[in-house]
Design a protein around this ligand. Structure first.
Ligand code: SF4
Length: 218
């Protein structure tokens, strides 16, 4: 299986990533879920600041967030930007987790919440709820299109289907593979890729992807 070869190469180079970054002693389901919402359109560094604020005020808790004063919540998560909408989303997600047993929470439940898109939904399902949904993001798309396996214009669902049809349905592989792709795209397959020192030898289809990224950066 070609994707398994890609996965093994990444694993050999970088080792297990063991996502998600979780604060010791905290409820990892809450932290991962809130982190997935807060990380939209911002860096993980800012998410860390917001999570620290929530921890400091003992608010890494679905019930406390759901019952909290929204203005106070906005202040705590201010470092991530878009805090007006994200505060509402955190409350709505908390309500879902309070109302439904976690094992019964579905992709549709999460997608029905305003402010929760496919990437956030699949991140919560995979990393918080341990359900095998492959997460698609900018890195995943960039990497697979540069490898020449898919078009750089592929949509979320098509890329997700391509990956899941070509690799075993294994929770740990899904988690690690996504984390390794992110690692590789931060280290070597960056916006301006360092192909000369990369262990993948992309030969086909990557030039168009590179051109498009270049245009987007101009
Ligand atoms: S060879 Fe270049 S384009 Fe291909 S994965 Fe490596 S850095 Fe990315």
């Amino acid at each position: 299986m070609i994707l398994k070869d890609v996965y093994n190469k990444l694993l050999e180079k970088y080792g297990y990533q063991n996502w998600w970054p979780v604060h010791e002693g905290q409820n990892s389901i809450v932290e991962i879920t809130f982190g997935a919402v807060l990380t939209q359109n911002t860096s993980w560094k800012n998410v860390e600041k917001a999570l620290e604020n929530l921890i400091k005020h003992n608010m890494l808790d679905f019930e406390k967030v759901y019952c909290s004063d929204i203005e106070f919540l906005k202040e705590l998560i201010r470092p991530v930007g878009f805090y007006n909408q994200k505060a509402k989303t955190l409350k709505a997600v908390s309500k879902l987790f309070l109302e439904k047993p976690h094992k019964d929470i579905t992709r549709e439940d999460l997608l029905s919440i305003k402010g929760v898109g496919k990437e956030t939904t699949d991140s919560i399902l995979l990393y918080a709820l341990n359900k095998p949904y492959f997460v698609i993001d900018t890195y995943t798309k960039r990497f697979f299109s540069r490898l020449g396996l898919v078009s750089d214009k592929i949509d979320y669902d098509s890329l997700q289907s391509f990956i899941t049809q070509n690799i075993e349905k294994d929770l740990e592989v899904y988690k690690e593979f996504h984390a390794l792709i992110v690692k590789h795209c931060k280290e070597l397959c960056t916006k301006k890729p360092k192909c000369e020192i990369c262990f993948f030898k992309c030969e086909v289809n990557n030039t168009e992807g590179l051109k498009i990224e270049k245009r987007a950066n101009n």
